[in-house]
Design a protein around this ligand. Structure first.
Ligand code: ZN
Length: 439
């Protein structure tokens, strides 16, 4: 393939943004290309009042029409009966790590025993758990060796099933920072660990961003502070000129920037320099929240990481090295406090779990945490659809059920606006027009 042809093909496949092609067809042709859904109740645009009984017409992977009531389908057209259910737009998780959900000492052992090809199957396995849980889109914020970049491409080629993926490639940090895989390992192990994602100084940080863009990253992820799971602490681990170089370079290449930050100084630095989202943001104060509103910075709380910690520690009190365990105890104690500050002040919340720390396929656990710390079920659903779609830059493609958008449609029994926990039991999932979980 000539470079120009390849570039065009890549453009066409980016995030599945194909043009809607609705041609004039005879009824017999419609039968083979359309699917009609009869849904009892539809939260078509989260944040707005739900529709009652609705007929949704799906064609060529897109929503072709929404009609009030149950319209009889043309002869031969497949009809899916969701009359007893509530249908919603496919959910979006803005913060995943699909390549694994084994952490602590177990994760360390797996890195020794499992090959990259084997780990690639694990990536797909985790992706399918996520998709079957109703999460038809994820923003994957960091893995090693290009496993999720490869999975994203295999899905686009139609080789395997999976959610729509925006991927960050490898996460960036300074040497000795949160994404330095050598931290905590013996010096003799260091030559085995990749360091292209690490940067020190302005030029080097520009290089690190360009490297990920060149590998095909859709978004750039970096850390201004240390992290819980790396044992690098919570304080700022980057200089302002380095952080600015990363954000400005990413933006120059049309990539949004997700910033991992726990300590308040690292959060503030990222918000001030124009980060698109703050991930975890464990210590957001009112002053920073107001700046986030002013700058339009999204907050991705990742509260359900706590489930992963609690479950692992319940099974084995020594699941983590002592230094990391100490930081985990801090994180468990402080979870939700930032959301209680940021949400009432009007910060835009985008749903994200950090799945990988918690278990894949249990992404909907996050809804319960969001509601526990002050969001209504509708606001939490909006965070996982309308808001996350805006953060991902895909609001014209996903996030609501409207004509022309991708046919990412899910359904649950019961009323998620009364009890958000029903979202943990997905009874129908359609992704890009294809049925993944049949009713
Ligand atoms: Zn993460």
């Amino acid at each position: 393939m000539k470079p120009s042809t390849l570039a065009l093909a890549l453009l066409a496949s980016t995030a599945g943004l194909a043009a809607v092609a609705v041609s004039a067809q005879a009824p017999s042709e419609l039968a083979s290309t359309q699917t009609w859904i009869h849904a009892g109740r539809v939260i078509a645009i989260p944040g707005q009042a739900p529709r009652g009984a609705t007929t949704i017409v799906v064609q060529d992977g897109r929503i072709a029409a929404l009609h009030d009531g149950y319209l009889p389908a043309p002869a031969g057209v497949k009809v899916i009966d969701l009359k007893s259910r509530t249908a919603l737009p496919g959910l979006i998780d803005s913060h995943t790590h699909l390549s694994s959900d084994r952490a602590g000492n177990e994760g360390l052992a797996a890195a020794m025993t499992d090959s990259i090809p084997l780990n690639s199957y694990e990536t797909q396995w985790n992706g399918m758990k996520t998709l079957r849980a109703g999460f038809t889109t994820v923003r994957n914020l960091g893995d090693e060796k290009g496993k999720v970049l490869a999975y994203r491409e295999a899905i686009r080629r139609g080789w395997v099933q999976g959610p729509r993926i925006l991927d960050a490639g490898e996460s960036i940090s300074t040497s000795g920072g949160h994404m330095d895989g050598r931290v905590g390992l013996a010096d003799e192990m260091h030559p085995m660990i990749g360091t292209e994602n690490l940067c020190d100084g302005v030029d080097d940080c520009r290089r690190a961003v360009r490297r990920q863009v060149g590998r095909g990253a859709d978004v750039i992820k970096f850390a201004t502070t240390g992290g819980v799971n790396s044992g690098t602490g919570l304080a700022t681990r980057i200089f302002e000129d380095e952080a600015k170089a990363i954000i400005d370079t990413a933006h120059a290449y049309g990539r949004k920037v997700a910033v991992h930050a726990h300590g308040i100084d690292g959060i503030k630095l990222a918000v001030r320099l124009g980060a698109d989202s703050i991930e975890h943001g464990t210590t957001i104060d009112a002053e920073t929240a107001k700046l986030m509103v002013k700058n339009g910075t999204f907050y991705v709380p990742t509260l359900s990481t706590v489930n992963g910690y609690l479950e692992r520690l319940a099974a084995n009190p020594n699941a983590y090295p002592p230094l990391i365990k100490k930081q985990i105890d801090w994180r468990i104690g402080i979870t939700g406090k930032s959301l209680q500050v940021a949400f009432p002040l009007g910060v835009k919340i985008a749903f994200g779990t950090d799945a990988g720390v918690s278990k894949h396929g249990r992404n909907a656990d996050e809804f319960e945490w969001l509601v526990k710390f002050g969001m209504s079920p509708m606001e939490a659903i909006k965070a996982a659809t309308v808001n996350a779609a805006a953060l991902l830059g895909l609001d014209k493609e996903i996030g609501t059920l409207e004509v022309g958008k991708s046919a990412d449609i899910i359904a649950v029994d019961g009323d998620p606006l009364a009890d958000v926990r029903v979202l943990k039991r997905m009874t129908f999932v359609m992704a890009r027009g294809e049925v993944v979980v049949a009713p």
